[in-house]
Structures are given as structure tokens and as C-alpha cells.
Design a protein around this ligand. Structure first.
Ligand code: NAP
Length: 248
């Protein structure tokens, strides 16, 4: 299927590794010009080099997307993207009794307010140009909260509620906003939350009996960002090998 986005420009936040990198690879394969961001230069350089085999323009920006400076740098390099993928590291696990106001503000800044501010910066240009695709990488925890990831559960559901409203106002201008909810993926983040790796019983809880791969996120994001997906907005798409039990 031709996704119809060859030559478009995408700004991919937090995309030197893991799920963000999976999205970068999938969009580059479709001929999309990319600006990718992350805090660490080394991995960004390596990923940009890997992406260079696709005949598109690849730029990278070093910066923390959860800060005003990081967002400014990303937007300076890519002020008018056709596609925006919002992503950032997830908050640490823990017990809510240990989290003070600052811990909550940090989580809200990273996983709720940063994506909203990125959308605010680019969405009106998308509306004016009559093409925009925004995908927020959130978490399966939005539908099926994980007790020890309370900061993530709280911040990401806040983002989801906001997007539910906004996405209905932009779609008539061919500008969609969707949320992708990963289950358990084989990335550094997973090893951060589960340093020993997933146990046999963790894997047994996943009907597919394995972790997901970043490519399995990337390909779906590429479709959501395609010309073909104009009728899809405001959705919460779970990609988890069947882990989340539920009808919606
Ligand atoms: P990952 O493999 O650790 O990769 C994270 C990427 O984001 C790296 O490129 C990292 O580079 C960059 N990054 C992190 N914080 C950043 C920041 N503040 N500003 C700019 N770039 C930043 O993680 P992942 O598994 O892809 O996870 C991505 C998101 O999906 C996280 O929010 C995670 O909580 C969520 N998620 C993951 C899973 C899973 O199973 N993996 C499941 C559900 C939800 P630098 O460190 O150099 O900045």
C-alpha cells in the first residue's frame, strides 16, 4: 500500500532508541524527511547514520523535549512538520507515598504538558496546510493502570483526556491526533522498569507470549501518519500482543 506521505516532513521526539527509533525507521522507509530528537548525541548520530540509507533528509537535534529549551531547539529545526510524533522517557516506578509535588510536576511536564505544548506549536500550521498527523506514544497503562507506575498512569491519562477533545476539532482540517498504547516492548525502558527482564509469568500473561519489537510500533505509526488514515482520530490504539483484557 502506498501510504502517500513521500516527501512529507516529520518531527519525531525522543527517537534515537526504542519505540521512537522504530517510528523513525518506518517513516524513513516511506520516504518521509525526518528531524529526530533525544538528549544524548551519540545514539542520535548512530541512528541518523542508520537512517541515511533511505533517500530522505535526516536531521537530528540534541535536547530534552520536556524542557522549554529542548522544544525550542526541536521546533527551530522543524517549525512546520506535517507529522509530529510525541514521545519522551517514562517516569520512574515507585510508591506514591514517596512522591512529592516536584515528582508529580516532573511527570506531568514530561508526559502530559510537553506533548500538549508541541501540539500547540504545530497544529495550526497543519490545519492551515490541510494536512497534519500527530501521534502520541503513551502506554497500555492508560487503559490498564500499572500500580507501581502511578506517575505514568496519572500524567498519561491527563494527556489522553485533553487529546480526546482536541482531536475532534482538528479532523475536519485533515489533521488527526491519535494515541498509541504500547504493552511490553523489548527496549531499554523495559529493562529500566524490570531490571531482571520479564519473568516467565510476565511473558505468559501476554497472549502472544513475547515482547513487542519497535518495528511493530513503527509500522502502525507510519499508517496512522499516512494519507490513508484521514478518518482515524482521537483513538487509543493498544499494541500489546493481546495483554489488555477489555472490549475498548
Ligand atoms: P527507550 O528505549 O529508553 O528510548 C527512549 C528514547 O527517548 C531514547 O532515544 C532517549 O534518548 C529518548 N528520550 C528519553 N527521554 C527524553 C527526553 N526527555 N527528551 C528527549 N529524548 C528523550 O524507551 P522506549 O521503550 O522506547 O519508551 C518510549 C516511551 O514509551 C516511554 O515514555 C515509555 O515509558 C513508553 N512505554 C514503553 C513501553 C515498553 O515496553 N518499552 C511500554 C509502555 C510505554 P536519550 O536518553 O538520549 O534522551
Amino acid at each position: 500500500m502506498d501510504l502517500g506521505i513521500r516527501g512529507k516532513t516529520a518531527l519525531l521526539c525522543a527517537a534515537s532508541k526504542g519505540l521512537g527509533k522504530g517510528c523513525a525507521l518506518a517513516l524513513a522507509r516511506e520516504g518521509v524527511n525526518l528531524v529526530i530528537t533525544a538528549r544524548g548525541r551519540e545514539a542520535l548520530e548512530a541512528t541518523a547514520a542508520e537512517l541515511s540509507k533511505y533517500k530522505t533528509t535526516i536531521q537530528f537535534v540534541v535536547g530534552d523535549i520536556t524542557t522549554a529549551e529542548g522544544r525550542e531547539a526541536a521546533l527551530k529545526a522543524c517549525p512546520s512538520p506535517d507529522i509530529l510524533v510525541n514521545n519522551a522517557g517514562g517516569p520512574p516506578p515507585g510508591d506514591f507515598r514517596d512522591w512529592d509535588r516536584d515528582a508529580w510536576i516532573k511527570a506531568l511536564d514530561a508526559n502530559m504538558i510537553a506533548p500538549i505544548l508541541m501540539i500547540r506549536a504545530v497544529v495550526d500550521g497543519m490545519i492551515a496546510r490541510k494536512f497534519g498527523r500527530i501521534v502520541n506514544i503513551t502506554s497500555g497503562a492508560v487503559k490498564s493502570p500499572i500500580p507501581e507506575l502511578g506517575l505514568s498512569n496519572g500524567a498519561r491519562t491527563g494527556l489522553t483526556g485533553f487529546i480526546a477533545g482536541l482531536s475532534r476539532t482538528t479532523v475536519r482540517h485533515n489533521t488527526t491526533i491519535n494515541n498509541l498504547l504500547p504493552g511490553a516492548f523489548d527496549t531499554e525502558r523495559l529493562r529500566e522498569v524490570y531490571p531482571e527482564g520479564p519473568t516467565e509469568s510476565d511473558l505468559a500473561a501476554i497472549p502472544l507470549r513475547r515482547l513487542g519489537t519497535p518495528r511493530e510500533i513503527g509500522d502502525l505509526v507510519a499508517f496512522l501518519c499516512s494519507d490513508r488514515a484521514a478518518y482515524v482520530t482521537g483513538t487509543l490504539i493498544t499494541v500489546d500482543g493481546g495483554l489488555t483484557r477489555g472490549l475498548v
